[in-house]
Design a protein around this ligand. Structure first.
Ligand code: MIG
Length: 842
């Protein structure tokens, strides 16, 4: 084809006879080739007819044959669907959580020759222009939320199946966030070009895109006002966020419908409202087992058994807390999933039981590739069950991965999901506590015969595009289902484990995923690199992933590839200490990377970082509870909490844990002071010194190697516990409620500590307790709800109190046994389970 085009361009300069030959070969080539000559982009055209199948939905015919549907999907959620073929697809999405109730908002409809208007009961409206088709969404106050760019209308190409649209930016200073797991520079995606196509990207660099996950959801923020947009399309998608022109952003896909949800952000137009509505659409992460919030240790790979035991003992003997140990691919017999290498692990049950008795859970990796070997029962059973992915000609798709030639379950087939899910029985019987699903982009190896292996996104790194999939009733090829394969493997794992052990909460960790993956799994950011840049990158990656609906996120501490210095490892562990998922993991061919592998001084610092993690576990656990209910993330970027402070919009070296803790880790080598910005809209206290730090300013503070800079919000009540060695010891640890001084007089701050068994589903009925507090200037009211016998409440610590109060009363009685630490500006008051009110008189 390329040859033909060149010939055509040069036609004028060649003779008539030659021209005839060129023309002939050009048309022959056209006939022979399946590749279309060029993209044939067509607009939607004019709206010719409007029908209203439901009160909250209108459907339009157009001159191009494309059909358009406009709907108030929920009160503050507009859904627009354009079917280029004129026939809407089956209304099913792997991303959507169908188990949730939704409001069907009442709406009114009016139309004229020029416009069709669907108006929500609260005043928000969608206005469709008819000649030609255009769309504009306005909020309750009539302000424009989002409108199409009239000079770059929605286009589709019926020959290739591609679709695209462009929207106007509010101004050149609009910032964009979300997009799931992206290794791109900075916090905002403004000016960037983004592609979604799950890809195995070993030792990715800053700027490598795409990587493992695809979440086509983003926020636009301008002047404190937000909206969100989720592009409900599983094909390869792309977003041009003002890179081509600062006047607009554009997005499109290689196929499917132009189906997108706009989250208007409600009256406040706040990021929180956007995320709540997105979470209502795609679901939340169920409360993880408590142990999964503990410190986790991994390596590719720890083996044989003696080495695993040595690592576990290494934590206990050095008093470094830990809850989980991971087994990477070398535990298997020749990389056959659901088997053991009997030389390396002669008695898995015994080892796992001993580890369990020592407070360690064991998690194993599971790959989707099932070794092609007739005498391997998992393979032969899978084959006879017919659950493997096939080639277009009906033969089994075999590709090389770790076990060499492998077959792959079609996770878009319910039968395959159930079959694979049932295989976990063996490991669950052995006592394995959780599963780590890797290589599920899906990733395959290139062989010696692969042409041009130097191409980064080589097609041979996954299934061929024309590979058929069941698609749960909508059979189509890999183009449509590539991006959901990983999340469906995580789902198969989650659902399988849940069915086999219904009394427990499954723990799944996945590398690949799509919007909605949070319903099944935690996510880690794949094969990062032991460099300072990569450490710095974790903050924007994990916070953007968090606001993309996925709360349980972490990066390989210390970097997966290469060897960190002691300083880098220590700073990394420190920076990660309060991130939702805390796991050290690395390749096996560089030096040891356990927290004690960098000399005595670093061992102490690393121990303190992990101890810090365990101190804050009651707070972290409560945040997960809040997430399950509302969709609020655990880890949060600053702009999300403080959208009215524009200084926060680009901050990518600080993060929030919940709404009350701001962490400003050191992510640069040798930095013993750093600039720290504290947002306006709150007052801040230094957690360590109790010093009040003025907001709205950058402070240059000392950041010694053994301290994570933490700031807490004035007025907050933050539960902590003493250091324990693993979460199994938690029940006997007593809670301290840290009451942060400096609350604005007249204000009431409410908070809740959530307690339950840390496992199982009792918390969904009556086996839970919530310690609710109300903080006013000078007084704290404590009220327990629920009857679960959770950790006892033993102390109140007032953080940031500058002098010893004249009087402290507990339930009205003056008490004397208080400790005031002037150097740290802390006051400690002993209370007990019956305490309902503590008050201070200055
Ligand atoms: O081809 O199982 O990202 O965490 O250690 C590499 C071996 C396969 C990639 C994962 C990594 C894991 C490794 N895996």
């Amino acid at each position: 084809m390329v040859k033909c085009e060149i010939s055509v361009i040069n036609l004028k300069s060649i003779s008539f006879t030659k021209r005839a030959v060129v023309f002939c070969s050009f048309f022959c080539a056209l006939l022979l080739s399946h590749v279309p000559a060029e993209a044939a982009w067509r607009p939607i055209g004019n709206v010719t007819r409007v029908t209203r199948p439901k009160p909250n939905r209108i459907v339009m015919d157009t001159t191009s044959r494309a059909k358009v549907s406009v709907e108030f999907f929920d009160i503050d959620v507009v859904r627009i669907r354009i079917a280029p073929t004129g026939v809407f697809e089956r209304d099913f999405s792997y991303a959507i959580d169908y188990s949730r109730d939704r409001h069907t908002p009442s709406a009114t409809f009016t139309q004229s020759a020029r416009e069709a208007v669907l108006k929500n009961f609260n005043g928000a409206a969608v206005t469709v222009g008819k000649t030609p088709y255009s769309v504009r969404i306005t909020d309750e106050s009539g302000a424009v939320v989002l409108e199409g760019d009239p000079r770059h209308p929605t286009l589709f190409d019926n020959t290739t199946g591609e679709i695209r649209t462009s929207k106007l930016r509010k101004s050149e200073v609009e910032t964009y966030y979300g997009f799931g797991e992206k290794a791109l520079t900075g916090m905002s995606r403004d000016g960037q070009y983004i592609v979604n196509w799950n890809t195995d990207t070993f030792a990715y660099k800053i700027g490598t895109d795409p990587i493992y996950q695809s979440i086509p959801f983003f926020y636009a923020l301008h002047n404190g006002r937000t909206y969100g947009l989720y592009f409900n399309n599983t094909f390869r998608t792309w977003f041009d966020m003002g890179k081509t022109s600062p006047e607009r952003f554009s997005f499109g896909a290689d196929g499917g419908e132009l189906d997108y949800f706009v989250f208007t952000g409600g009256k406040e137009r706040s990021p929180k409202k956007v995320l709540q509505d997105y979470a209502k659409l795609t679901g939340t992460t169920p409360q993880p087992p408590m142990w999964a919030l503990g410190n986790q240790q991994s390596r590719w790979s720890y083996y044989p058994e003696s080495r695993v035991r040595e690592i576990a003992a290494g934590f206990r003997s050095r008093k470094i807390p830990a809850d989980v140990i991971y087994l990477d691919i070398d535990y298997m017999d020749g990389y056959r999933v659901f088997t053991w290498d009997k030389q390396r692990f002669p008695d898995p049950l015994k080892m796992i039981t001993d580890l369990k008795n020592d407070g360690f859970k064991t998690v194993v990796i599971v790959d989707p590739g099932i070794k092609v070997a007739p005498n391997y029962s998992i393979y032969s059973e899978g084959k006879s069950e017919g659950i493997f992915v096939k080639n277009p000609d009906g033969t089994e798709l075999n590709k090389d991965v770790w076990p060499k030639a492998a077959a792959f379950p079609d996770f878009t087939d319910k039968k395959a999901r159930e079959w694979f899910g049932a295989q976990f029985k063996k490991h669950l019987d052995e006592g394995i506590a959780g599963f780590w699903t890797d290589m599920n982009e899906p990733a395959t190896f290139m062989t010696e015969r692969t042409e041009k292996p130097e191409i980064v996104y080589h097609p041979a790194k996954t299934f061929p595009l024309d590979t058929p999939h069941a698609g749960d009733g909508l059979p189509d090829d890999h183009r449509r289902y590539h991006n959901v394969y990983g999340m469906q493997m995580a789902r198969s794992t989650f659902e399988g484990v849940k069915k086999l052990t219904p009394e427990k909460r499954p723990f799944v960790l996945t590398r690949a995923g799509f919007a909605g993956v949070q319903r099944y799994s935690a996510v880690w950011t794949g094969d990062n690199y032991a460099s300072w840049d990569h450490l710095a990158l974790t903050i924007s990656m994990l916070t953007n992933l968090s606001v993309s609906g996925v709360p349980f996120v972490g990066a390989d501490v210390g970097g997966f590839a290469e060897m960190p210095s002691g300083e880098l490892y220590a700073r990394w562990l420190q920076a990660a200490a309060l991130t939702p998922f805390l796991r050290s993991h690395s390749v096996g061919w560089v030096g040891n990377k356990e927290p004690w592998a960098f000399g005595e001084d670093f061992t102490r610092i690393n121990r303190e970082s992990i101890e810090l993690r365990y101190r804050f576990l009651p707070y972290l656990y409560s945040l997960f509870r809040e997430h399950e209910r509302t969709g609020e993330p655990v880890m949060r970027p600053l702009w999300y909490e403080f959208p009215n402070d524009k200084q926060t919009y680009l901050i990518d070296d600080e993060y929030m844990v919940g709404g009350d803790i701001l962490v400003a880790p050191v992510v640069r080598q040798g930095m013993t002071t750093r600039g720290i910005y504290l947002p306006t809209g709150a007052d801040w206290i230094d957690w360590w010194t109790g010093e009040k730090i003025e907001s709205g300013k950058i402070h240059y503070l000392q950041t010694p190697i053994d301290r994570l800079p933490i700031f807490v919000r004035a007025g907050a009540v933050i539960p902590t516990q003493p250091v324990i060695q693993h979460t199994g010891e938690m029940q006997n640890a007593a809670v301290t409620l840290n009451v942060v001084a400096g609350i604005t007089p007249g204000k009431i701050e409410k908070s809740a500590l959530f307690q339950d068994a840390g496992e199982g589903y009792g918390y969904r009925s009556s086996e839970w307790r919530e310690i609710r507090t109300e903080h006013r200037s000078g007084s704290l009211k404590i009220e327990p709800f629920g009857t679960f016998p959770g950790q006892k409440i033993e102390y109140i610590e007032v953080v940031g109190i500058s002098q010893r109060p004249r009087e402290v009363r507990v339930d009205g009685q003056i008490v004397e046994n208080i400790e005031f630490d002037n150097s740290r500006k802390r006051l400690r008051i002993k209370i007990d389970e019956r305490t309902r009110e503590v008050s201070l008189v200055r």
